[in-house]
Design a protein around this ligand. Structure first.
Ligand code: UDP
Length: 454
C-alpha cells in the first residue's frame, strides 16, 4: 500500500489563525494525507474542551508556549517573545519523535507565514516547507514592500512611520494611510518593533517556501495574485466546503442561537461580532447597545468574555429587558452556521479576514467597524472595491454614536444594491472552491505536489 504523506502544520497561536489552519488540514485529510497539527498546550486544551464530539481526522498535539499558566496570553508581545523562544526547539524534538515512532515519516511542514523560523526548520530537517497566509493576500504587500517603504523615507529602520501619507502598494489596490501599516497598529512601541522585525525576517524565510498558499480566492483579490505569482489562493476554506462541522474553536459555541434564528423573518437579523481579539471600552459598548436598540430590528450579538475593557456588566440600564424580544446575546456563536442562516440580513463586523470571507461566501452585506491591523484594509476592500458595505464614522470624540449606527443600518437595509452586489460576489467566489474552480485546481495541484514529494 502507498504510504500516506504525513504533514505537520503549525498555526500562529491565535483563534483567527487556528481555525483556517484546521480547515486547511481537514481538506488535506479528505484528500488522502495524514496531518498532525501542533498547537500550544494552552490553546490545545481550549480546543479539546470546546469540541462537541471527538474528531479523529487530525492528530492534534501540543507544545508549551513558554508562558506560565497564569500569564496573560492576550499580551501579544509577551506571548510572541515566549513562543519564539521556546517552540522552535519543542517542534524540532516533536518531529524527531514522530519520525522515530511513526511509520508515516513527516515529509512536509506547513507553517503560518508569520512563523518564518518554522520554514527555516523545515529546510534544516529536509522537509518540504510550505507557508500558509491566513489573512488577506492584499495585506502581504505591506510586509513585502518594507524595504521600498524604508528607501522612500516613509518608514524608518525600526518601523517608525516617518511620513504620514496615503500610499498605494499596487496600482490596482486601494490606497491606504501609512499609519495603518500592520505593525503600526500596536500602541506598545516594543510590540510595534517586534512585529516589524519579524516581518523582515519572515520576508527572508518565506523565500525558501515551496508554496505560499492563501485563504483567499482569485476573484476577491486578483490584482494581488497577478503581481505575486508565488501566492496561491486556495480558499475560502470553510467547514461548509468540506461538508463538515466547524473546528478549532477556543470557546464553546452557543448553538441555541440557531433555533432563535429559525424564528426570525428572512433577511432580517443584524449579526454583530468582532472576532476573538477586539476589546471595547464602556462608552463604545454602550453606544453600540443603544444603537442596536434604536434600529428596532432583530439582532444577534456576540459579547465574548473579556470583550469590555473595564470588565463586568456594561449594558445600559434596562437594555436587556427592552430588547429581549428581538435581541439575542451570546458569548461565542457558531459563526459560519449563523452567517449561512436565511434569516440573516447583514453582518456588523470588525472585518477580520476569516469573518470577511465567511460573510462574502454567504452573500451578506456588511457594516464595517474595523478594530486594528489588517481589518482596516479589509474594510477598504469590503466598502470600496466590492461595495457591499457601509462604514461607520466616528464623532468628534472618536466614538461611533448610537444614531450613526441606526442611520447606517437603515441606509444598508434601505438600499437593495448592497445585497445584490453581495450576492453577485458570492456567485463568483463560492464556485472557486468547487470542483473545477480556480482555488480548487490550485489546491489539487498542491496536494499532488505533496504526494509526489512524499
Ligand atoms: N467566530 C466564531 N464565533 C464567534 C466569533 C467568531 O466562530 O462568535 C470565528 C469566526 O467564524 C472566524 C474567527 O472566529 O472564523 C475569527 O477570525 P477573524 O479573522 O474574523 O477575526 P480575529 O479573531 O482574528 O480578529
Amino acid at each position: 500500500m502507498m504510504r500516506k504523506p504525513h504533514i505537520i502544520a503549525i498555526p500562529y497561536p491565535a483563534q483567527g489563525h487556528v481555525i483556517p489552519t484546521m480547515e486547511l488540514c481537514l481538506c488535506l485529510v479528505k484528500h488522502g494525507c495524514k496531518v498532525t497539527i501542533v498547537n500550544t498546550e494552552f490553546n490545545h486544551k481550549r480546543i479539546m474542551e470546546s469540541m462537541s464530539e471527538a474528531d479523529n481526522a487530525i492528530n492534534l498535539v501540543s507544545v508549551p508556549d513558554g508562558l506560565a499558566a497564569e500569564e496573560d496570553r492576550n499580551d501579544l508581545k509577551k506571548l510572541t517573545d515566549a513562543f519564539f523562544e521556546v517552540v522552535p526547539g519543542k517542534l524540532e524534538a516533536l518531529i524527531h519523535n514522530i519520525n522515530e515512532s511513526d511509520e508515516n515519516r513527516v515529509s512536509c511542514l506547513i507553517a503560518d507565514e508569520n512563523l518564518g523560523w518554522a520554514l527555516d526548520l523545515a529546510k534544516k530537517l529536509g522537509l518540504q516547507p510550505v507557508a500558509f497566509w491566513t489573512a488577506s493576500a492584499a495585506s502581504l504587500p505591506m510586509v513585502f514592500n518594507i524595504p521600498k517603504l524604508v528607501d522612500d523615507g516613509i518608514v524608518g529602520n525600526n518601523g517608525e512611520i516617518l511620513k504620514k501619507q496615503s500610499i498605494k502598494l499596487l496600482p490596482l489596490m486601494p490606497a491606504m494611510n501609512s499609519t495603518d501599516l500592520l505593525w503600526n497598529c500596536f500602541s506598545d512601541p516594543g510590540l510595534q518593533r517586534l512585529v516589524f522585525e519579524l516581518a523582515l525576517k519572515n520576508n527572508e524565510s518565506v523565500k525558501a517556501a515551496e508554496w505560499v498558499i492563501c485563504n483567499s480566492s482569485q476573484v476577491m483579490e486578483y490584482e494581488v495574485f497577478a503581481s505575486y505569482p508565488k501566492l496561491i489562493p486556495i480558499g475560502p476554506l470553510l467547514a461548509s466546503n468540506r461538508l463538515g462541522e466547524t473546528s478549532g474553536h477556543f470557546w464553546r459555541e452557543d448553538t441555541d442561537c440557531l433555533k432563535w434564528l429559525n424564528q426570525q423573518p428572512l433577511n432580517s437579523v443584524i449579526y454583530v461580532a468582532f472576532g476573538s481579539h477586539t476589546i471595547f471600552n464602556m462608552a463604545e459598548f454602550q453606544e453600540l447597545a443603544l444603537g442596536l436598540e434604536l434600529t428596532n430590528r432583530p439582532f444577534l450579538w456576540v459579547v465574548r468574555q473579556g470583550f469590555i475593557e473595564e470588565g463586568g456588566n456594561a449594558y445600559p440600564e434596562g437594555f436587556i429587558d427592552r430588547t429581549c424580544n428581538r435581541g439575542r446575546l451570546v458569548e461565542w456563536a457558531p459563526q459560519q452556521k449563523v452567517l449561512a442562516h436565511p434569516s440573516l440580513g447583514c453582518f456588523l463586523s470588525h472585518c477580520g479576514w476569516n469573518s470577511t470571507i465567511e460573510g462574502v461566501s454567504n452573500g451578506l452585506p456588511f457594516l464595517c467597524w474595523p478594530y486594528f491591523a489588517d481589518q482596516l484594509f479589509n474594510k477598504s476592500y469590503i466598502c470600496d472595491v466590492w461595495k457591499i458595505s457601509l462604514a461607520f464614522h466616528r464623532n468628534e470624540c472618536g466614538v461611533i454614536g448610537r444614531h450613526e449606527i441606526r442611520n447606517k443600518v437603515e441606509q444598508l437595509f434601505g438600499d437593495e444594491n448592497f445585497k445584490a452586489r453581495a450576492v453577485d460576489l458570492q456567485a463568483e467566489v463560492v464556485p472557486s472552491v468547487k470542483s473545477g474552480g480556480s482555488s480548487y485546481r490550485n489546491f489539487s495541484s498542491f496536494v499532488n505536489w505533496i504526494k509526489a514529494k512524499n
